[in-house]
Design a protein around this ligand. Structure first.
Ligand code: NAP
Length: 246
């Protein structure tokens, strides 16, 4: 059990990658707070985590709302004795080529994907600084490094997460806080199910391993970074993309 007794909060964990990470971390012994805008699905995910024999709570959280974030962290720190791990996973897409992209689509994506991670990291760092220990892991994307037509907002938000991660790593290393990112390629979830078969086939051609990743592939990298085995790693990005970007 690599995360025995650790307490984690995962944003956007009601489904997809976040839920897989929650289940994976619970199997390694961590207590997990499932925070998501969708409270019904968050409760269901939390029950599944509970069934693995660890403590789990479900929280209604919009990561882009500061008051909401502050309240959620208060609840987590009162329910759990500490907060050791934050996974900034909540993310959305609002695709469109730049000239047609509406300002509201830019703002929505940047507010949830990047500002949300800033707000959650800020609250986590307050707790982790006092403990002199913490791990912050943000889910970026391969498009942060490659760009992607139709995703000016999304790729900018995910590139911003890398800057945020490296800055947290430098600012809070002296407090025992490690900040790293995982950059998935094409992972099979509701987010990518929305793409047409034509787009999916084109994407597969660009992947040397010729297959899409699973939420569990991302989970394995996240658990490694959260574990003691990665205590000397900070400010780094682990790419989980089947060779799509090297
Ligand atoms: P997903 O299936 O859409 O799950 C995202 C979860 O976040 C959903 O439960 C969603 O709730 C929730 N959420 C949305 N807005 C939120 C907010 N403001 N506050 C809190 N929670 C919110 O997506 P996924 O594919 O698992 O992706 C998870 C993360 O991995 C995202 O950051 C994504 O950008 C990143 N990623 C995914 C891929 C991929 O190929 N799937 C690749 C690279 C990176 P609702 O469904 O109710 O909106």
């Amino acid at each position: 059990m690599r995360l025995e007794g650790k307490n984690a909060l995962i944003t956007g964990a009601a489904q997809g990658i976040g839920k897989a990470v929650a289940l994976g971390m619970a199997k390694e012994g961590a207590n997990v707070a499932i925070a998501d805008v969708n409270i019904e699905s968050a409760r269901t995910a939390s029950q599944e985590v509970n069934a693995l024999g660890v403590k789990s709570i479900a929280l209604k959280l919009d990561v882009s709302n500061q008051e909401n974030v502050i309240d959620a962290f208060k609840t987590v720190t009162s329910e759990f004795s500490s907060l050791d791990i934050l996974i900034n996973n909540a993310g959305i897409t609002r695709d469109g080529i730049l000239l047609r992209m509406k300002e509201e689509d830019w703002d929505a994506v940047l507010n949830i994907n990047l500002k949300g991670s800033f707000l959650c990291s800020k609250e986590a760092i307050k707790v982790m600084s006092k403990q002199r220990f913490g791990k912050i892991i943000s889910i970026s994307s391969v498009v942060a490094f490659m760009g992607n037509p139709g995703q000016a907002n999304y790729s900018s938000s995910k590139a911003g997460l890398i800057g945020l991660t490296k800055t947290i790593a430098k600012e809070y290393a002296s407090r025992g806080i490690r900040a790293n990112a995982v950059a998935p390629g094409f992972i099979q979830t509701a987010m990518t199910d929305a793409l047409s078969d034509e787009v999916k086939n084109e994407m597969k051609k660009a992947i040397p391993l010729s297959q899409f990743g699973t939420p569990e592939d991302v989970t394995n990298a996240v658990i490694f970074l959260a574990s003691k085995e990665a205590d000397y790693i900070t400010g780094q990005v682990i790419h989980v993309n089947g060779g799509m970007y090297m």
